[in-house]
Write a protein that binds this ligand. Structure first.
Ligand code: EPU
Length: 422
């Protein structure tokens, strides 16, 4: 088993290149199933989840070619299967994103029902209700979602109100609606930048979508979509993670190839914590001028509010800050698994229901800790970077799902971090 071994105490300094966004790349790769011609997707992050999605497309018959610049070309001419098997879905819940495209393009889809995961129960009922509203017959049998389009094989446009603005649910319904017969209106849609990126990609493929970036998406279905070249947007969560790393170590870090325009909620909180932030069109620099951050209160909520995927990192910021910070998680019911691990490193955190109250300490101590999910793992790495002594972060396969070359990027910023086996 691989782990990350980190010796804390180095003030991070320098520049880091931000990769393409995982949560944008995944739906965009799923959307390639909708294209009649060849699609080329660039700025894909080199991550396990991306490999899993490509494997999933490959097992359906999509021809996938990887170019020298790491862009991927997909060709759906020889698709022969509309099944997303359990073995792949269980390793990556986002496999559910092929449901909408398969159903819209081929009239059938068989996707293993994702189970619960470390951060909550994560149902997909809203995805399924959306497909049903568009006329699909949906049943769950033997652990699989089996969906069939109405007679004639084409979904019908529908008015869909989402109880909660689910990100992948909005994406699934949007992809299905793009090829449906007639107009669909998706109300209370998720507005995350990754949903916007997918919508822009669909438009580049010939889809007719209005209201992109708002909570009401109006989609006039078209008969076919064509291939296009698309460049995935930068990863705002990776960006935020490196900025927090700079903040907790008192350092100065510039993230390049990123987009400050999609980072407002996080930048506001970093400024409140005392960081000096400067931005350019595609870069963000954080300078902590050697000071300790001040505690900040956080409440996660759908975009444009504070992202749940940055919550764990800000728990660490508060754990080493001056003062007491409260962090409220409103998206997932079980997303404080990092708290007990951080307490093992000397943090003072009290969790009550969906609220964590964190009293900042001037020091944390290195300890062996265990990662439970992707963002929790990132938070343990941040804590280790500032802790006294050595920390081993175990079960880092979670981190490799979402952070490209994490140890190389941190080494470049002056961290003492390496991957060890055993
Ligand atoms: N929900 C339902 N029914 C549904 C769908 C969602 O009740 O049919 C609930 C969920 O249980 C949750 C809330 O709605 O309480 C929001 O979940 P959402 O569906 O928005 O999450 P998701 O689409 O499964 C994506 C990201 C997550 C990110 C969340 C929230 C991808 C591939 N995943 O998940 O990313 O935390 O949105 O922003 O886009 C990560 O990258 O580490 C990660 C977990």
């Amino acid at each position: 088993m691989e782990k990350l071994r980190i010796v804390g105490g180095n003030r991070l300094q320098g520049e880091v290149r931000i990769s393409g966004a995982k949560n944008s790349a995944l739906p965009i790769l799923a959307a390639t199933l909708l294209a009649e011609g060849v699609m080329r997707v660039g700025n894909l992050p080199h991550l396990h989840d991306i490999t899993t999605m490509l494997e999933l497309l490959g097992c359906m018959g999509v021809e996938v070619a990887i170019n020298e610049d790491m862009s991927v070309e997909t060709d759906c001419r020889n698709v022969h299967s509309q099944v997303a098997p359990y073995d792949l879905v269980r390793t990556m819940r986002a496999s559910i994103l092929v449901l909408g495209p398969l159903l819209a393009r081929y009239g059938v889809a068989e996707v293993s029902l994702p189970g619960g995961c470390a951060i909550g129960s994560r149902p997909v009922d809203l995805h399924l209700r959306g497909m049903e509203a568009m006329g699909a017959q949906v049943e769950v049998l033997d652990g699989y979602i089996r969906a069939t389009a109405p007679e004639g094989g084409r979904l019908r446009g529908a008015h869909i109100f989402l109880d909660t603005p689910t990100v992948t649910g909005t994406e699934n319904i949007l992809m299905a609606a793009a090829l449906a017969d007639g107009r669909s209106v998706i109300e209370n849609a998720a507005r995350e930048p990754e949903v916007v990126d997918l919508a822009n990609c669909l438009v580049a493929m010939g889809a007719k979508i209005q209201g992109i970036g708002s909570d009401t998406l109006i989609v006039d279905g078209v008969e076919t979509l064509h291939g296009c070249h698309f460049h995935v947007l930068p990863d705002r969560i990776e960006t935020g993670t490196y900025l927090v790393a700079a903040a907790v170590t008192g350092g100065k870090v510039r993230c390049r190839d990123t987009d400050p325009a999609i980072m407002d909620a996080v930048l506001v909180k970093l400024r409140e914590a005392g960081a000096l932030i400067t931005t350019g069109p595609d870069w963000i620099e954080l300078d902590m001028t050697g000071r300790r951050p001040k505690a900040v209160n956080i409440r996660t909520a759908p975009h444009p509010a504070f992202p749940t995927d940055m919550q764990a990192q800000f728990v660490v910021l508060n754990a080493v800050a001056e003062g007491v910070g409260t962090v409220i998680e409103t998206i997932f019911e079980n997303r404080f698994m990092h708290a007990p691990e951080l307490v093992r490193m000397g943090a003072e955190i009290h969790v009550e229901g969906n609220t964590a109250i964190i009293t900042g300490k001037s020091r944390l101590n290195g300890a062996p800790v265990m990662a439970t999910d992707l963002r929790a793992s990132a938070s343990l790495v941040l804590a280790a970077l500032v802790a006294d002594g050595t920390t081993d972060v175990n079960r880092i396969y979670h981190i490799d799902r979402g952070y490209e070359c994490i140890e190389e990027k941190f080494q470049q910023l002056g961290a003492n971090i390496r991957r060890v086996t055993g």
